[in-house]
Design a protein around this ligand. Structure first.
Ligand code: SAM
Length: 312
């Protein structure tokens, strides 16, 4: 690709260079702010997944703007990758899904009056191109970002995070609504139409009664840990999924030969014997004739009855 071809294709890429932003993403945050005013009066903010740092630049520019006391401003930027320094910004290098990184961020914000007013997260994993997997990994980043947010965001604060729009967007919306009074999904003009990327803009944080902020990921952490850690119902994230029956028996999604006998007898939960029965019937009935049996009770008024009448 020639040096100027991306400049020609992408106006925001070109503009970013002209205006001194490290990445074109800066415009996404600026456009979100234009609509939702999330940067207004903010002095303490966290930028998760910040490298190369264009969102942090926006924070730095806007939070220090017109301020006489720079001491009030606190900006923490976190990323897996090293990031070139920015004046007035504390940088942490680490994985936001790791407890140690979360703890390092939390340590910067003590006491309700010192908590962040804004948490932003533009995190994105390396895209695989497999939509379901990309959406899943993105949701793990969002979950980690939300967990950190519940520790560091002050009541009334705002949270903005990148999502990949997919079939679970409505569920995500409902989950975020537990923590925020207002949740919107924003698509800034600078975000390509061809991209499934969008941003959740969550306003007015209100920790649900009885919720204990925690850094437990229900998808990867020990289930027992979660059950023990729950002191209240709002913390409970997992509903037990219990598989019943002998997994070595018939598989309900499989097709079996008509010669396989279904006359298998259950032996009051005695696994070994039951297994033996199935095995025996597979063997014994291999060459037997199949005899059709009527269903025990036909439906009294099936949905197809009317159609059958008409066809007569
Ligand atoms: N907002 C940034 C800007 O304006 O310059 C761009 C962010 S870039 C799209 C996504 C970033 O997410 C990458 O720098 C990547 O290293 C970071 N990232 C992905 N997974 C991460 C994780 N688990 N922990 C921390 N950072 C992560």
């Amino acid at each position: 690709m020639g040096k100027t071809s991306k400049d020609k294709r992408d106006i925001y890429y070109r503009l970013a260079k002209e205006e001194g932003w490290r990445a074109r993403s800066a415009f996404k945050l600026l456009q979100i702010d234009e609509k939702f005013h999330i940067l207004k009066d903010v002095t303490r903010a966290v930028d998760l997944c910040a490298a190369p740092g264009s969102w942090t630049q926006v924070l730095s520019k806007r939070l220090y703007e017109n301020r006489t006391n720079n001491e009030e401003v606190k900006i923490i930027a976190v990323d897996l990758q090293a990031m070139a320094p920015l004046p007035g910004v504390t940088q942490l290098q680490g994985d936001i899904t790791k407890l140690s990184t979360a703890q390092a961020i939390i340590d910067h914000f003590g006491g309700e009056s010192q908590k962040a007013q804004l948490v932003i997260c533009d995190g994105a994993p390396d895209v695989t191109g497999l939509h379901d997997i990309d959406e899943y990994i993105q949701s793990q980043l969002l979950l980690a970002a939300l967990s950190i947010t519940t520790h560091v965001l002050m009541t009334g604060g705002n949270f903005v995070a990148k999502i990949f729009r997919g079939k679970d967007t409505n569920l995500l919306y409902s989950q975020l609504r537990i923590f925020f009074e207002k949740v919107s999904i924003a698509k800034p003009a600078s975000s390509r139409n061809s991209s499934i990327e969008a941003f959740v803009v969550c306003q007015n944080y209100r920790c649900p009664d009885g919720y204990i902020p925690q850094m437990i990921n229900p998808m990867i952490d020990d289930v027992q840990m979660i059950v023990n850690a729950t002191d209240s119902s709002v913390n409970q994230k997992l509903i037990p999924f219990v598989v019943c029956g002998d997994l070595r028996g018939f598989d309900s999604d499989m097709s079996y030969s008509l010669n396989v006998s279904t006359a298998m007898k259950y032996n009051n939960g005695n696994f070994k014997k039951k297994y033996l029965y199935i095995y025996m019937f597979f063997k014994l009935n291999e060459d037997s004739e199949y005899t059709y049996k009527e269903v025990v009770q036909k439906p009294i008024s099936p949905a197809y009855k009317e159609i059958l009448e008409k066809l007569k």
